[in-house]
Design a binder for this molecule. Sequence first.
Ligand code: DGJ
Length: 711
Amino acid sequence: MTISSPTPDSWHIAAGRTSYAVALDDDGRLRLLHWGRSISDADVARLAARPDDLFVLESTYNPRVTDELSFPDGVDQRIPTVRAEFASGSRGLRLAVSDTSWDDTTLRIALVDSVQGFEVVLWYRVQERSEVIERWAELSNLSAAPVAVVTAHSCALALPRRVRRVSYLAGRWAADPRWTQSELPEGRFELAESGGYAGHRAKPWFAVDDGNATEDDGEVWSASLAWSGSWRLAIERTVHEGWHAVMGIAEADFRYLLDAGERLTLPAVALVHSREGFGGMSRRWHDHQREAVLRDTLPRPVLFNSWEATMFDIDEGGQLDLAARAAEIGCELFVVDDGWFRGRDDETGGLGDWEPDPAKFPRGLRPLADEVRSLGMDFGLWIEPEMVSPGSEIMREHPDWVYAFPGLDRVTMRHQLVLNLARADVREHVWQTIDRLLREVPISYLKWDFNRPITQAGWAGHPNAQRIWIDHVRALYAILDRLRAEHPAVRIEACAGGGGRTDLGMLAHVDQVWTSDDTDPYDRLALQHGFTYAFAPNAMSSWVTASPSLLNNRQSSVTYRFHVAMCGVLGIGDDIRAWTAEETAVATKLIRWYKANRETIQNGTVSRLAYSPELTAVQYESADRESIVVFAFGHARRFATRREKIRLKVSDDAGLYVDEHGRLFGGSELNAVGLGVELSGDLDSTASLLRRVSGSGGDRHSCADQIESAR
Ligand code: DGJ
């Protein structure tokens, strides 16, 4: 049983090594008893019987510290989870638990305001294999008049009192998502994005600890919001010493009218607890995404993408040349990026009229796609379906299809406007456009871009335009899901001017995400390092691009660029026609190596071994523990070439491993002493592969025999 009720008024959600327990107290309030390492049902029953032990610092003046829901009840000073405005003019709520039910994996606790006719249902769900608990709220208008929901966080979290530090993924365009840590302030810590996407400045994800957790040790509590729209995270001190967190829909500009009987289900917040530091935490996030979020864990193909190779200067002949080269070096998928459609010679036009440019592709896209396929690769295409250029035909025909405020000029960003996907006709048009393309051209991969935030979220004539903050995202998810249902062989990459659509919600609807527009390999190491804390490597798209790199002119070797991109889903994004014979040979060899080991890299257990300005190293161990891949990167290394011993995190201490040079290592040796790698100068790198030749259980004697026979 993963969910039990040790006493009539308490519930224990047991997710493997994690327990989450709640109880109704004598006042009928739902309180958190415990979120942390696994405890027993009997422990939960005892905790529920002694609520004063837990709530000792609360007082009659303001007792709300550990309630599972915060709302304006007249006493609660915490940030509300939910707020609503009623026709009567009331903005308060009087919610009391009215009903509870549960099964093996789901717990439902309903709270009703019977005076005003409003219900909040708190949901808890266990993802057994990944030990993740999901929480979300569902809001219903039980009255006869419309109710405006103005605050819609998915849940309130009472964080442990010992928590002192918050870790998060932050940055900016072409510099996201970077691992960032700060001490929690007295007062409030807040992150948010208001543009209708996860955004570049932060991801809807955080972790907290007591300030002492390390990569391998210590307790960490982490949460990730499964939502690809405007979002908010706030962690605040309660009046009585605790920490209160909310996560959910951004409050800015939000107002969602619920008609009589209408319900609003909020996105889930997934929760992870780790006693093995940040490493254990991220491995749980990876397991969760692979087991319960991503559609599959099939190998992601090695792709070629045209963007940095040709930009808008695209035509059939040039793409055919690139395709021939891409096939030669071993690419499996050829993706034509932006610039293939009518009116798209630069970023000022073309979006919305998704017809191949007759000057660039006089025969349409089909001959190119057929040729790509005859070269043994799949064909992929870039598209930005939610956007239109102001001069496009679609805009001329349907000027009311984009978000705009009545009476105000429409403001473009990157010369484009956003389609109002909340409208059923727009949604259908977008679907028809994609469906037509997929039927006309043998496309196996779509890179779905979103290059500007939603602003001016107006909808002329609609009584509740602000509901678009929910409806746009739900419509996007619905189109992506329909696409998967009707074209199951098509894989999708989400992109938003780089990594703006990296979030847990998106991973349930696409296969991988574009991490950042910064493709410089040294910078990329920092971004990839951040990515791995919250997201799995089989969702991390990474390309080898030109040296010097586009954004910062840094020079690096082709091997270094490959090793960095090989840490996730490998792609090539450079003009490979210009590569020397030597570069082509190196690339061909490394792509072959990557394909042979990608199962370990994409689906293996990730351990961050080192991360500093001088040395970065990351290890991947296959699920069957038979192979281990280690990438090491050295920077600004001075004086003579140095041999570095990098201590691994091999799971089989008693295992015996052989590397590609036939050298033998013991598991405990790799863990305690390390793997020797040579790194010199600046931007040097190595890729090591270790195979287990014998597993745990062997005694000294048999181990020595095996070493001998392996020689
Ligand atoms: C932003 C993406 O991140 C790039 O990779 C590229 O697809 C451009 N958009 C195209 O406009």
